[in-house]
Design a protein around this ligand. Structure first.
Ligand code: ZN
Ligand code: ZN
Length: 343
């Protein structure tokens, strides 16, 4: 006999078969699940309250059921469209191998190396060129041929782990950000940036141009914010009216051609040779900045604009209510979240 619990089961089944779904589709699947269960047992009285309340209640019920399996039906806004996306994710996914389970160890090592180049990209470009991605094969001493690697890269794109731009640069997809967030937070705490407006992770958007200002925003968050405010929420500097033009790009827009001649790696204190590599590259990069784009030198270190403590909690649950509160508090007291700079 069908029962109300079947709604959850049907819903999760239909979500699983689709991977990542928009909020609108998720709500449609939920309604269809209710209809299917009601059709099987007409006597059932399944409440169908106001859409938003009903949806949030349903989500917390679903997540309560998933909790013991360390799974979560998590949501994140797509950084390009601003659309709210949902996916069932492994909450203990602090290692890529636990998340991208359909790849071989060699392919996962390749993926990890690409993620590293994306996260360590200079000037918050959060992307890597095809050349830079393929070069990682040597760095990880992979036995994969270039042709094999190109096929694997294409499958990372077709399975929605990576995005490939018209310029041919790879960046992290919404799916990757949703599923790999615990891994990214624990591996790249200094590189991972948070949107000043919505507090979600930001890998494409804009940054305030004031020296050492920590404001980073998704384009859609900036557009919404701009309708009501004219000054930066962190440094209070008035932004020009016209457009986002004068703000600094975060993401591919910040990448320069020919920059992939160098690779950057994470500092590993246990291995002094790695330290050297990173320092050498930093120096190199600074000299280039002075030469080509001196204003970029004034951008705060990533450490200064690192994500806040809430984001560094590995058991992060994005809570709509929390976000709203944060945003409100932020508006009332824009200085509250100002973080000190290392410089
Ligand atoms: Zn945002
Ligand atoms: Zn600012």
């Amino acid at each position: 006999m069908a029962s109300a619990a079947d709604v959850e089961r049907l819903f999760l089944q239909s979500v699983l078969s689709r991977g990542m779904v928009s909020k609108k589709l998720a709500q449609t699947l939920w309604e269809r699940s209710i209809a299917a269960v009601k059709a099987a047992n007409d006597a059932l009285n399944i409440p169908h309250p106001r859409p938003e309340d009903g949806w949030n209640n349903f989500l917390s019920k679903v997540n309560k059921s998933l909790d013991k399996l360390d799974l979560e039906f998590r949501h994140l806004h797509d950084e390009t469209s601003g659309k709210e996306m949902y996916a069932l994710v492994n909450r203990k996914g602090d290692d890529i191998a636990q998340v991208a389970t359909d790849y071989t160890p060699a392919e996962i090592a390749f993926f990890k190396a690409i993620v590293e180049q994306i996260m360590m990209a200079p000037r918050e470009a959060f992307s890597v060129s095809s050349l830079g991605a393929l070069r990682e094969l040597n760095a990880i001493k992979s036995s994969m041929s270039k042709t094999q690697a190109e096929i694997v890269l294409a499958s990372f794109v077709s399975r929605d782990w990576l995005l490939k731009s018209k310029r041919g640069r790879y960046s992290l997809s919404t799916r990757s950000l949703l599923e790999l967030l615990p891994y990214l937070k624990s591996t790249y705490p200094d590189e991972l940036l948070e949107c000043t407006i919505c507090m979600e992770v930001v890998t494409r958007g804009v940054a305030c141009y004031t020296n050492n200002c920590k404001t980073r925003m998704h384009n859609h968050c900036f557009a919404n914010f701009r309708r009501r405010h004219s000054a930066c929420p962190s440094c209070s500097k008035e932004w020009p009216r016209e457009s986002t033009e004068k703000l600094l790009p975060v993401g591919e827009g910040a990448a320069r051609e020919g920059e992939d001649g160098k690779r950057r790696v994470r500092l590993k204190s246990a291995d002094p040779s790695d330290d050297e590599e990173e320092e050498d590259m930093d120096e190199d990069e600074h000299s280039q900045q002075t030469e080509i784009q001196p204003e970029r030198k004034t951008r705060p270190s990533r450490q200064a604009s690192r994500t806040n403590a809430r984001y560094n909690d590995n058991s992060m649950v994005i809570d709509e209510h929390d976000e709203d509160e944060d945003e409100d508090a932020h508006r009332q007291n824009p200085q509250r979240n100002r973080r000190s700079s290392r410089r």
